[in-house]
Design a protein around this ligand. Structure first.
Ligand code: C5P
Length: 223
């Protein structure tokens, strides 16, 4: 008899969030009465076996999810999260993307078992251009360009190996799919969602605050 594959959701939430300008870690900022971190935990927990979160040193959070202390960079926080789980597969998701629907999670889970490395991503819709000193440099071929989101999911050993190699070489990546790809993984792009935008700037926050009311109402309707 085969044992069922175990999935863990890993949420790095140990950043300072200084670009948002609230003076508190971004994960603890509230949107329509609920923190970004609580939203991430609630979205993921019904579809995984465990949720582990990385918090800033000295910061606590009232949750049933498992808590660890994060590191000085996002990569370091994720590395610590990876060491904290025994799961076969991990879904790594930034608390900064609070509108994560069940369909995206299901797509990611079903593909990672086949591919070993996947990320949510969206085909670019804007015209994309390389800048040159604040002016139009040259066009990027939009038809071949996707914007990368989270969740990103991996076979646990694959992404742990990539992190270990990156640590040895001093390689820094902005996300885990980039890290996995750097060390040889073929990362599959799985259709994400426009609602998965990242709350980074005050303008993103305004959008998110307005949208949160609609999102929460829809959730109540589904319950
Ligand atoms: O700053 P940025 O939005 O790129 O951070 C992405 C995610 O990584 C955030 O959820 C943040 O809390 C997390 N992070 C972390 N540990 C750090 C820095 C960032 O867990 N040292």
């Amino acid at each position: 008899m085969t044992t069922p594959l175990k999935f863990a959701a890993l949420i790095p939430a140990a950043g300072s969030g200084s670009r948002l300008g609230f003076g508190i870690p971004k994960a603890f900022v509230e949107l329509h009465g609920k923190t970004l971190l609580q939203r991430a935990i609630e979205n993921l927990s019904p579809l995984v076996d465990e949720v582990v979160i990385a918090l800033p040193e000295g910061q606590d959070f009232d949750t049933s999810a498992r808590k660890i202390v994060g590191g000085s960079t996002r990569q370091d926080s994720v590395f610590r999260l990876l060491q904290a789980t025994e799961a076969d597969f991990v879904l790594i998701h930034d608390a900064a993307r609070p509108f994560l629907g069940q369909k995206v999670i299901e797509r990611i889970k079903s593909r990672v078992v086949q591919s070993g490395a996947v990320t949510a991503a969206l085909p670019a819709t804007d015209t994309l251009v390389h800048t040159s000193g604040g002016f139009w440099g040259y066009l990027v071929d939009r038809s071949k360009t996707w914007a990368v989101q989270t969740p990103q999911a991996f076979r646990k050993n694959l992404i742990l190996d990539a992190h270990l190699k990156a640590l040895q070489e001093g390689f820094d990546a902005t996300d885990d799919a980039g890290l996995a790809n750097k060390y040889g993984a073929n990362v599959e792009l799985v259709l994400g969602d426009a609602k998965l935008f990242k709350v980074t700037t005050p303008a993103d926050f305004e959008l998110a605050e307005a949208f949160a009311q609609l999102w929460d109402r829809k959730k109540e309707d589904q319950a």
